[in-house]
Design a protein. Structure first.
Ligand SMILES: *Cc1c(COP(=O)(O)O)cnc(C)c1O
Length: 433
């Protein structure tokens, strides 16, 4: 698999180089030079295949010969070992549940796939690496779980103090072993900036063999395309065109869908739904991309003021605003609308949304209302409602059952290192480890 940088200032690299570098030296983002399409026969019979079979076919097509088939089969089967069911909500609205992995959020797909791919390459070369991750909540716990106990890898997780939920914080700070949590006295954007600075620092890179596991790493995007195919497979019998709404922050999830579409998956249209951090909806309306400081909301995994995958979104549309606009609609929603939706959908259908899923639902609902044609809509539910229990219980005025996996984590002692949001602090900490 060959990858280029969206800034075009460096040479193309292999998948292995892209995974371990994370970011190209020109500060662009790695993208596949070629995104091959799957043959019509694949789509003709897609509904007869299992999730793992679909994922393997997509992975092989995208990655090509760089990883032997038997290795890739093992990686896919091991990483994608939980379901992603599509369920009806009401009328032509469906939900794709992406929260059946170990941390109950969709980032498990990316983290599990990535850790196994890295482990394969490291094993071959007898190398050690350090992973730096900035998280607004769910990335960190998914990465921690995905890499926990993996030899030759140490993971440092930077999270914004007081800006993740109690459950998320427990998931980040109770792992031990090769996982270190850094509690940054700042925002998620500070965390992301610190990580970016670290990758651009020559001294750190020489000493530590730094790697990223954020959604900027291309290897997180690959498995995030799998479940779009699987959702289509589950909806195919219903016949109508498929519209997908994605609750978005850094837009890595949406990019996974765009890659699937490029590979031939017949998705009619995407909806990018955001909370008050409305950078992309504003771009879609005006053609102007203007990053802003992030604001805190109930759907905090989407509190992103400078969506890092935006250049990829553009690249997937030949850098043409008109193309982006034709393929993606976008809208932003307030916390109030989010809570009302959780309440209303629960009362009317019995289906319990988390705040992120609720934003996705709203995006889909509004878009479908504006359409003349009959379609099947599906929105992505990116986290289990119990992960945002305070918001959800307040909304439905009822108790939410906590899954066993989460209950265990809540009882463990927190271990985190507090740190000011200054790069020199992070640097000296890492150099002295
Ligand atoms: C990370 C996350 C999102 C946003 O995904 P992006 O790929 O950053 O757009 C949405 N919901 C949840 C629960 C998340 O953890």
């Amino acid at each position: 698999m060959e990858l280029y940088s969206t800034k075009h200032q460096v040479e193309n690299v292999s998948l292995k180089e892209a995974i371990f570098k994370g970011l190209p030296a020109d500060n662009g983002l790695y993208m596949p030079v070629e995104i091959p399409t799957l043959p019509p026969a694949f789509f003709d019979t897609i509904e007869t295949r299992s999730f793992q079979e679909i994922a393997l076919e997509v992975a092989k097509t995208l990655i090509g010969l760089e990883i032997p088939d038997n290795v890739l089969t093992e990686i896919v089967n091991d990483a994608i070992n939980f379901d992603a069911p599509v369920k009806p909500v009401h009328d032509n609205i469906h939900v794709l549940e992406l929260f059946h992995g170990p941390t109950l959020a969709f980032k498990d797909f990316g983290a599990r796939f990535m850790s196994r791919l890295m482990s394969y390459f490291l094993q071959k070369d007898h190398q050690e690496i350090n992973i730096l991750v900035a998280t607004s909540g769910d990335t960190g716990s998914a990465v921690a779980q995905g890499f926990l106990g993996v030899p030759n890898i140490h993971v440092y997780i930077l999270y914004p103090k007081g800006k993740v939920s109690k459950i998320q914080e427990q998931q980040l700070t109770t792992n031990g072993q090769n996982i270190t949590a850094l509690e940054i006295e700042g925002t998620f954007d500070d965390c992301q900036r610190l990580v970016k600075e670290a990758f651009l620092d020559t001294q750190l890179n020489e000493k530590l063999n730094l790697t990223s596991a954020n959604s900027i790493n291309i290897c997180r995007l690959i498995p995030q395309s799998f479940y779009y195919f699987y959702a289509y497979a589950q909806l195919k019998a219903k016949g109508k065109p498929v519209v997908v709404a994605v609750p978005s922050g850094n837009f890595g999830n949406l990019c996974g869908g765009l890659i699937a579409q490029k590979m031939g998956l017949p998705i009619r249209h995407f909806v990018a739904a955001t909370n008050a951090n409305d950078i992309v909806p504003a771009y879609l309306a005006s053609g102007i991309f203007q990053a802003k400081p992030s604001v805190k909301t109930f759907s905090n995994a989407m509190d992103v003021g400078n969506p890092s995958n935006f250049p990829r979104m553009l690249a997937l549309h030949d850098d043409a605003y008109e193309q982006v606009k034709a393929n993606i609609s976008g809208k932003a929603y307030t916390d109030e609308e989010t809570v009302q939706t959780i309440q209303k959908i629960y009362q009317q259908t019995g289906y319990l949304l988390d705040p992120h899923g609720a934003v996705g639902y709203l995006g889909l609902k509004d878009y479908l209302t504006s359409l003349d044609e009959e379609v099947n809509g599906v929105f992505l539910a990116t986290a289990h409602p119990a992960k945002f229990i305070d918001v959800v219980e307040t909304a439905i005025e009822n108790k939410v059952e906590i899954p066993e996996l989460l209950a265990q984590v809540l009882n463990k002692p927190k271990e985190a290192i507090a740190m000011a949001p200054e790069f020199e602090r992070l640097k000296s900490f890492l150099l002295n480890k």
